[in-house]
Design a binder for this molecule. Structure first.
Ligand SMILES: [Zn+2]
Length: 135
């Protein structure tokens, strides 16, 4: 068995259609273990986090066959990205900029890439030259 995060259920991390089609075990396999480990560490640091919550379904693994949400180049379609919503901070770009800066300063999160200018925390582990990008 691969890494199972302490703080997240598979339902929060995978589009529900994928989950019903492939099942839990296969969906865990499709998520990157290092990414899950770091998502746990971010939860430990900042407290409660929502991923797929409040009607959101594409904040984790997305269906790569869906032409609307599934850009096949997106890290979300390869189990290498999560959009985290930290529930204890204001849901503003500024508040998330502060979080991104804190994480960039922490060697534990050296491998993470971020998306800037958004009021959520997109993290991914694509192999990019730069650790931040604008959508
Ligand atoms: Zn994202």
């Amino acid at each position: 068995m691969g890494y199972r995060p302490q703080h997240y259920k598979i339902q929060e991390l995978v589009n529900p259609k994928l989950l019903s089609e492939f099942g839990e075990a296969k969906c865990w396999e499709m998520l990157d273990a290092d990414l899950l480990y770091m998502a746990d560490a971010i939860r430990d640091k900042y407290g409660a986090i929502g991923v797929n919550y409040g009607g959101l379904v594409d904040c984790g693994l997305r269906d790569w066959r869906n032409p609307t949400t599934g850009s096949s180049a997106s890290a979300h379609c390869h189990g290498k990205a999560l959009d985290l919503h930290i529930l204890n901070i204001p849901q503003t770009v500024g508040a998330y900029d502060k979080v991104r800066e804190e994480l960039l300063d922490n060697a534990m999160f050296l491998r993470l890439c971020f998306e800037t200018g958004v009021n959520w925390l997109h993290i991914d582990i694509n192999n990019r030259e730069y650790r931040t990008f604008s959508a």
